[in-house]
Design a protein around this ligand. Structure first.
Ligand code: UDP
Length: 478
């Protein structure tokens, strides 16, 4: 039985960044790329994670690896296979690293045995591909247990952790790291998204911090004019027709033209919002840590408040059957639907729950892009967050943002400069007040959005990511 899936990666020249970053930065990146490619000659740079689509890690790999390949580096992407029980355990681990008990299930010897059994099957296949001195970058807890056998086989192994908790001393965080520590202690480098996420077991001078980045040219982030945004949103059913003069088209990851064909699966009471209705939008996996129910309750405080506001809320996420390593999604979606049913009739009328089609990942990205661009306000009211790519994506689109001051969101947004932050993510009153402020003061909202875009240009585009990877490879390839 084949367990590993290889995800095809295209090649994109970094010349694309010229208009955004200027000649000097591009020349530096080329020189660096050449040096790395020479150093790696004949060796492969493997990336291994646990899903080809949905979630932040897949997003980062999809956006960075094509530039790496175009620089002449043989980068490849493999996805491990696991059983539902395995993904239940890794999801539990994910919650633990965020300081939460998840569903409260065990993380003991029985779970360790399941975890190791699944990864043993994967590593055996992997070892038929990986050669001594190849680089293997393992992503997140799902793949950590592959490290010992790969190291033994002579590969240079890096473990990159995209999650982390703000409360580094919490009992749950400790439980999570106790589970993982035996697998990662001998890797060449551990990479974290923030300094605050480096746990004690990795605080040995061999850990590095590399924040994620976005691809400005991907279907998720490429420029779309208003006519195209409208055509996409009307076609998918997120906004009421007519579609206007545009067509629902975009450029695929590989540069070929794409067209949005599928519809979103939307739960709503009446009609879709009109094109002129201000939309408050949160796009996230269906995960309790993204607090979709809290977003709904905060929104109802806004619309039930003293001065009526004509905004509507769209909670959008991937179709729940689509994200392989997220077994909780369907149950969370059910909870969101139950909470939606409990809203008053008039509130329910303004809240739209959208499951976005995932069969074609570029198409899904184009829909997310259009929705984010059309949003009057993008929100990310997470209770915990690793980095928060949805925030970066909205910032790049110059959207006014209201987000929780948790995890990497705090690194991206300075409150009152690049968006508005909620000190307490559970404070739905403060959330409603922030939304109201941005809806009422559009000039201020516009200013925050422009600052946000500039911040991404400086800090969170792929070129910065590439140069940090180059440094990492130099450091471990002795
Ligand atoms: N995403 C998507 N389609 C969806 C919902 C989410 O492509 O229907 C993407 C979203 O645009 C972002 C990523 O999934 O790029 C989520 O990354 P983030 O860091 O915000 O959170 P994570 O899912 O890793 O916790």
């Amino acid at each position: 039985m084949t367990r590993l899936l290889e995800v095809p990666i295209g090649a994109h020249s970094i010349d694309r960044f010229l208009p955004l970053l200027g000649e000097n930065q591009i020349r530096d990146a080329y020189n660096l790329g050449q040096a790395v490619s020479k150093r790696l000659a004949g060796r492969v740079l493997w990336n291994v994670n646990s899903t080809a689509s949905g979630g932040g890690v897949a997003e980062i790999l999809r956006s960075v690896l094509p530039y790496v390949r175009a620089l002449g580096i043989d980068a490849r992407w493999l996805v491990i296979n696991g059983t539902p029980e395995f993904f239940h355990i890794t999801k539990r681990l994910h919650h633990a690293l965020h300081g939460s008990a998840g569903d409260g299930s065990e993380l003991g010897e029985r779970e360790r045995a399941v975890y190791e059994r699944v990864l043993k099957a994967n590593v055996e296949e992997l070892l038929r591909l990986v050669q001594p001195r190849d680089f293997v970058i393992l992503h997140d807890p799902q793949t950590a247990g592959l490290a010992p056998r790969l190291i033994k086989a002579g590969a240079i192994v890096v473990w990159r952790c995209h999650v982390g908790g703000d409360k580094s001393n919490g009992e749950e965080v400790e439980r999570g790291w106790d589970f993982l520590a035996p697998y990662i202690q001998d890797v060449a480098v551990n990479v974290f998204s923030r300094h605050q996420y480096i746990p004690q077991c990795c605080d040995h001078g061999r850990s590095m911090v590399i924040p994620p980045s976005i691809n400005a040219f991907s279907p998720k982030n490429q420029e779309l004019d208003d006519a195209t945004v409208r055509a996409i949103l009307v076609h998918t059913g997120l906004v009421e027709g007519p579609p206007g003069d545009g067509s629902p088209t975009f450029l695929r990851e590989d540069g070929s033209p794409g067209r949005v064909e599928r519809h979103a699966d939307i739960l709503r009471l009446g009609r879709a919002p009109t094109w002129d209705t201000p939309l408050i939008v949160q796009v996230s996996r269906w995960d309790p840590l993204k607090d979709p129910v809290g977003v709904m309750h905060g929104f109802t405080q806004l619309v039930d408040g003293a001065a009526p506001i004509g905004a509507e809320l769209v909670l959008a996420g991937p179709n729940v059957h689509a994200v392989a390593d997220d077994p909780e999604a369907a149950a969370v979606m059910d909870e969101v639907i139950a909470a939606w049913h409990r809203l008053s009739h008039s509130d329910r009328n303004r809240v739209h729950l959208a499951s976005l089609p995932m069969a074609d990942i570029d198409e899904n990205a184009a829909i997310v892009n259009a929705l984010q661009r059309h949003a009057a306000i993008v929100v990310q009211k997470s209770l915990h967050e690793g980095f928060g790519l949805t925030v970066t994506e909205a910032m790049w689109k110059a959207r006014p943002i209201v987000a929780s001051a948790v995890g990497g969101i705090q690194d991206q947004i300075t409150d009152g400069v690049h968006g508005l932050l909620l000190d307490d993510p559970t404070d739905t009153e403060a959330f409603a007040a922030a939304l109201r402020r941005l809806l009422e003061d559009r000039a201020y909202a516009e200013e925050l959005g422009q600052n946000a875009r500039q911040r991404v240009r400086e800090q969170y585009l792929g070129i910065r990511h590439l140069s940090q990877y180059a440094e990492l490879l130099k450091r471990v390839d002795k």
